[in-house]
Design a protein around this ligand. Structure first.
Ligand code: GSH
Length: 241
C-alpha cells in the first residue's frame, strides 16, 4: 500500500487542471480519503452498486473547480448527467442517490414519517461526535478523556433506545441509510480509544455493549468492508488532518 503522504500528494490541488468528465454516463464523486461525510456517500454508492469515479482533492489547497461546484468548498460533491448536474451535502447526496436509483437496493422505507424521523435521529445522534474535532485541537488526548467517555455514554444510550433488539437501525438484516450515515462517525469514535491508549475491545465490551455489538454487525457488512478505511490508515490520517 502506498504511503499516506504519497497518496495525499496525488490529490488534485489548486492550479491543477480540471479532470474532464470523459464519460458523462459515469457519476463522479469529489472526495477526500478520510472524510466521514464523503464516506457516507461512498457507502451509498457501494451499497447500491452504482458505478462511479472518485476524484480526491486536497482540502488544504483546494482546486478552484471544487469551489465552482460547491461554494462551501466541502466534500463530498457529486456530478452527473451530460449537463453536469452537481449536488453536495452528504445527507442530501445520500438521499438523492437512494431515490434516483430506486431499482438498486433501496436503503429507506417509503413512509414519509419514518424517513423524517430517521433524519431527525441522524442529525441528533450526529451531535455526539463534536469530540472528534475537539481532539484535533488538543496536544494531549488525556485532557479530553472525560469528554470521550461522555460521548460514548450518550451514543450508547441513544443507540440502545433506537435499535432495540434489531441488528441494524433499518430493522432488517441489512444496514439501511441511517446505519450508513452514522457508521463513519462510529468508526472514528472507536479510534479515539486506540489513540488514547485504551484496550479498545475491553472498553467496548464492558462500557458500551450495545455499541460494540452494533459495530461488529456493521463490520461484517460487505459494503462497510469495501468502503471503510482500515483503522491504521484512519488513525494516520487523523493525525495529519
Ligand atoms: N455538512 C457537510 C460537511 C462536509 C465536510 O465538512 N467535509 C469536510 C471534510 S470531512 C471538508 O470538506 N472540509 C474542507 C474545509 O472545511 O474547508 C456534509 O454533510 O457534506
Amino acid at each position: 500500500m502506498p504511503g499516506i503522504l504519497e497518496k495525499l500528494e496525488k490529490n488534485y490541488k489548486k492550479g491543477d487542471p480540471f479532470p474532464d468528465r470523459k464519460n458523462t454516463d459515469l457519476l463522479r464523486i469529489y472526495s477526500y480519503q478520510s472524510c466521514p461525510f464523503a464516506e457516507r456517500a461512498l457507502l451509498v454508492l457501494a451499497a447500491k452498486d452504482i458505478e462511479h469515479e472518485t476524484i480526491n482533492v486536497n482540502l488544504k489547497d483546494k482546486p478552484e473547480w471544487l469551489l465552482e461546484r460547491n461554494p462551501l468548498g466541502l466534500v463530498p460533491v457529486i456530478e452527473f448527467g451530460d449537463d453536469n448536474k452537481v449536488l453536495y451535502e452528504s445527507l442530501i447526496v445520500a438521499d438523492y442517490l437512494d431515490e434516483a436509483f430506486p431499482d438498486k437496493r433501496p436503503l429507506q422505507v417509503k413512509d414519509p414519517y419514518i424517513r423524517a424521523n430517521d433524519r431527525v435521529f441522524i442529525e441528533t445522534f450526529g451531535r455526539n461526535f463534536g469530540i472528534l474535532y475537539k481532539v484535533l485541537k488538543e496536544e494531549n488526548i488525556d485532557n479530553v478523556w472525560d469528554d470521550i467517555k461522555e460521548a460514548f455514554n450518550k451514543v450508547e444510550q441513544q443507540l440502545a433506545k433506537r435499535k432495540g433488539d434489531n441488528k441494524f437501525l433499518s430493522g432488517t438484516d441489512l444496514p439501511g441509510l441511517t446505519d450508513y450515515m452514522i457508521w463513519p462517525f462510529i468508526e472514528r469514535l472507536t479510534l479515539l480509544l486506540d489513540l488514547s491508549g485504551h484496550n479498545t475491545t475491553d472498553y467496548l465490551i464492558k462500557e458500551v455493549p450495545t455499541y460494540h455489538e452494533y459495530r461488529q454487525n456493521l463490520l461484517s457488512d460487505p459494503t462497510v468492508q469495501k468502503v471503510s478505511l482500515s483503522s491504521k490508515l484512519l488513525s494516520n490520517y487523523y493525525i495529519l488532518l
